[in-house]
Design a protein around this ligand. Sequence first.
Ligand code: AMP
Ligand code: GLY
Length: 421
Amino acid sequence: MADRYNVLVIGGGGREHAIVWALKKSPKVNKLYCLPGNAGIAQLAHCQDIAATDIEGILAFLDGHKDINYVVVAPDDPLAMGLVDILNQKGYMTFGPKKDAAIIESSKAYAKSLMKKYNIPTADYEVFDNYDEAIKYLKTAKYPLVVKADGLALGKGVIICQDFESAQKAVKDMMIDKKFGASGDKVVIEEFLQGFEVSVLAFTDGQTLIPMPPSQDHKRALDQDLGPNTGGMGTFAPSPKFTKKMQDYAYHNIFMPTIKALQAESRTFSGVIFFGLIVDGEDIKVLEYNARFGDPEAQSVLPLLRTDLFEIFLAINEKRLDKINIEWSSDCAVCVVMASGGYPGHYQKGYPIEIGALDGNIILFHAGTAIKDNELVTNGGRVLGVTAVGQDLQAARESAYKNIHKINFKDKHFRKDIGIK
Ligand code: AMP
Ligand code: GLY
């Protein structure tokens, strides 16, 4: 075991900025690298423009940087591609699940079958790999229902359908027109559930599971949950609606059963597991699993972490998560995403970003930013995550919105109602 580590983080969004920001505080972390990173991450870590899915490029970078001895794989795609397995074979210590465990995110059909087999509460569903059979099913199904592409689809592969016509179109888009490539070879068609949504991220070494403060995402582009789905327009944590009683229920009926189910299937999960839950009165069900920190959930949860994040990573590597005490601040955090006008549809890149003097409780996480001709410019759909930490949700929200007005770029767009629901 080394005394200090030189750590490479794979990814380049707001989530990765939050991870790098947290790791930077660890006395055990010496040098930080990030691929591809962004302009904000570049202030904390050495970045190079190598995509998170460019496995060959990442391996070549590691060959050229022999001092790196720990790799954090943060995004879904490289996890699904088995980057952790490849790095372990080469002798690197890693953070993130192996491919056979990451399948709980990369195949919705697998996730559903696991939940069914182990009685983990989730929406009723059917899986189809044949277009005609899916359409036949849709003709007699109850509406609304939800059509989901089996594989990864940048959060866009879930369509809520009010009637047969829209469901038929969704299935055709996925299975025939291959809108999401091979991710749509199979579809899951499931019952529409009512309720409020909560994201619970949890650390796990495959045996012990420690939930982080519950957070709430805002997936729609516009205020009052209108407009198209996005990767997430803002989050807050902890969620006051997800009570202690609900947390206990979820721990015993969802979280631990999932970890044990994966163990029983020889797919032991190590890393951060994300439970997307929907709560309707006493009823709590799983909408989805992710095999990683959420984005933007990480930007509101990690600022509340008091314990050294890298110490938690090491405890997970050494399967001694039950031996460490993870502490959280009693504060609240609100993260408001500033997006490019047009996102999640077409948007422009390269607009200069101006940032005034921000208050001390603000952490500005970069997502789609770059440096061009020595100037900070927009470089993606989600540009920045303005996180405010305050003693309660209202204080954090007010502070986030007070400070967001000090940040400007052409066609900026953000929701005005993050933290209100
Ligand atoms: P997922 O990627 O599976 O979490 O789905 C994305 C979003 O679609 C969720 O955050 C929900 O808002 C919505 N959703 C997914 N499944 C259902 C369902 N069975 N009932 C109602 N809404 C759903
Ligand atoms: N914010 C949802 C996700 O990370 O998938």
